[in-house]
Design a protein. Structure first.
Length: 385
C-alpha cells in the first residue's frame, strides 16, 4: 500500500465545512472568512508567522463548538438557529443579547400556554450566563485539544482558547481585554463578523455596524484599517471559495500528514462529530471497528480496508447540519426534519471533498452509507436517549 502524504490544510477545510454546518453559517463561510482575514493581514503588513496563525484561526475557530451541544439545546432549543441569530448581533450589547435569548426560548416554547412561556423566558434569562459560561469554556478547551491532535503549534492552540473573547473585555469565558486578546483572534473575529453581517444586511449596513462597534467588539485601529479597504477586501467573497484558493493562502512551509497523522486527524473528526450528545459518544469509532473487521473478513485489499475504516470515522459528519434539539425531542421527525436528515450523507460527501485525491474514495463511501443493496434507503435513526 502506497505511503500517504496529505496536506494538513485539506483536513482543516473538512473541519471548516463541518463547523459551518454546526453553527448555521452559510456555505464556505469559514473559507471565505479565511480569505478575508488573510487579505486584511496582508494590508496590515503582518509577518509570516502571524499570518499563519490567522489562517488557522479562521478555518478552525469553531472546531470545539460541538462540546456539550445537548446542554445548549436544552437551554435554548434549536442551537443552530440560536447560533445563527447570535452571528447578527453585538453580544456585548445587553438589550440585543436579551432579545436574542428571548426569541430562542419563545421559539422553543411556542406551543406552550402564555403563563408557561413567560416563566420559561424568565427562567432562561436568569440562567443564561450560568449555562453559557461553562459551555463556551468547554468549546475553547475542546478546540485546543483537537488542534493538538492534528499537530498545530502551541501559539495556534492558545489562540483557539480565546475564540469568544473581545477587545472591550465583554467576551467569554474569561473576559480578556485589549491586547490580552491575541491579534489573530481579533482579526478573525472582525473578518467573520464582516462576512456574516454583509450576508444579513448588505455591504453599507455592515460597514456602519463595524464602525459603530469600533473600540468595543473590535480594536479601533483594526476596524478603521478594515473600513478603509472594505470594498477591495470583500471583492468576490459573496461566492463559494474553491480548495485551490485556500491551499494557496497557506504560508510556507506547508504541513503534511503521514498515515499515522492522518489516522489521528480522522479520529479527531469522529470525536468532534460524536461529542454533540452523550448517546453518540464513541459511535463512529465503534462503526469503524465493525467496518474494519468486516473488510478483513471479506479479504479486501489493505487500501480498501483503510478507506472503509476512515469513511466509518467520518460517516455522520453531515449530521451536524441537523439541530441536536431535533434528535433530543421525543416523537417522530416531521417531514421537513426527515428531509434534512436524508441530506446528511450529501453534506458528509461535500465536507470530505476538500481532501481531494485519496479522499474521493472515502467521500464516495460516506455519500452512500444509507443506501442498501435492494435499492432502498435506510431511514434516519434517532439516537437512543
Amino acid at each position: 500500500m502506497a505511503a500517504l502524504a496529505v496536506r494538513r490544510a485539506d483536513f482543516l477545510m473538512t473541519l471548516a465545512y463541518a463547523t459551518d454546518l454546526a453553527t448555521g453559517h452559510s456555505r464556505d463561510f469559514a473559507l471565505r472568512s479565511c480569505v478575508l482575514a488573510m487579505r486584511l493581514a496582508e494590508v496590515a503588513g503582518l509577518d509570516v508567522n502571524t499570518r499563519r496563525t490567522v489562517y488557522h484561526q479562521a478555518l478552525l475557530r469553531y472546531i470545539g463548538c460541538n462540546a456539550d451541544t445537548h446542554l445548549l439545546a436544552s437551554a435554548f432549543g434549536d442551537e443552530i438557529a440560536f447560533r445563527r441569530d447570535l452571528q447578527r448581533i453585538d453580544i456585548g450589547n445587553k438589550p440585543e443579547l436579551v432579545e436574542t435569548i428571548t426569541r430562542a426560548i419563545t421559539r422553543t416554547f411556542a406551543d406552550a400556554p402564555p403563563a408557561e412561556l413567560a416563566k420559561a423566558v424568565e427562567r432562561g434569562l436568569a440562567e443564561a450566563m450560568q449555562v453559557s459560561v461553562p459551555i463556551l469554556a468547554g468549546h475553547c478547551e475542546v478546540a485546543q485539544r483537537i488542534a493538538e491532535r492534528i499537530g498545530l503549534s502551541d501559539e495556534i492552540r492558545r489562540n483557539l482558547g480565546q475564540l469568544y473573547e473581545r477587545w472591550d473585555g465583554k467576551g467569554l469565558p474569561r473576559g480578556l481585554k485589549g491586547e490580552a486578546v491575541k491579534l489573530p483572534v481579533r482579526m478573525v473575529t472582525l473578518a467573520q463578523d464582516a462576512i456574516a453581517l454583509t450576508e444579513a444586511h448588505g455591504f453599507e449596513t455592515m460597514t456602519a455596524m463595524i464602525a459603530k462597534r469600533a473600540g468595543g467588539a473590535y480594536e479601533q485601529e483594526l476596524a478603521e484599517l478594515f473600513l478603509a479597504h472594505a470594498e477591495k477586501l470583500l471583492k468576490g467573497l459573496g461566492e463559494p471559495v474553491d480548495r485551490e484558493t485556500i491551499l494557496a493562502l497557506e504560508p510556507v512551509p506547508h504541513a503534511m500528514l503521514d498515515e499515522e497523522a492522518c489516522v489521528e486527524a480522522y479520529l479527531a473528526i469522529a470525536d468532534m462529530v460524536d461529542m454533540r450528545m452523550p448517546f453518540t459518544f464513541g459511535h463512529s469509532r465503534a462503526v469503524a471497528v465493525l467496518a474494519d473487521t468486516a473488510g478483513k473478513h471479506m479479504g479486501l485489499p489493505a487500501s480498501d480496508i483503510r478507506d472503509v475504516r476512515w469513511a466509518a470515522y467520518t460517516h455522520d459528519i453531515g449530521e451536524l447540519a441537523i439541530p441536536v434539539s431535533t434528535w433530543m425531542r421525543p416523537g417522530a421527525l416531521t417531514e421537513r426534519e426527515t428531509d434534512a436528515a436524508h441530506l446528511h450523507p450529501y453534506h458528509g460527501e461535500r465536507a470530505l471533498a476538500s481532501l481531494g485525491g485519496d479522499g474521493k474514495a472515502i467521500a464516495a463511501l460516506v455519500l452512500r452509507h444509507h443506501e442498501r443493496l435492494d435499492g432502498q434507503r435506510l431511514p434516519p435513526l434517532r439516537p437512543r436517549q
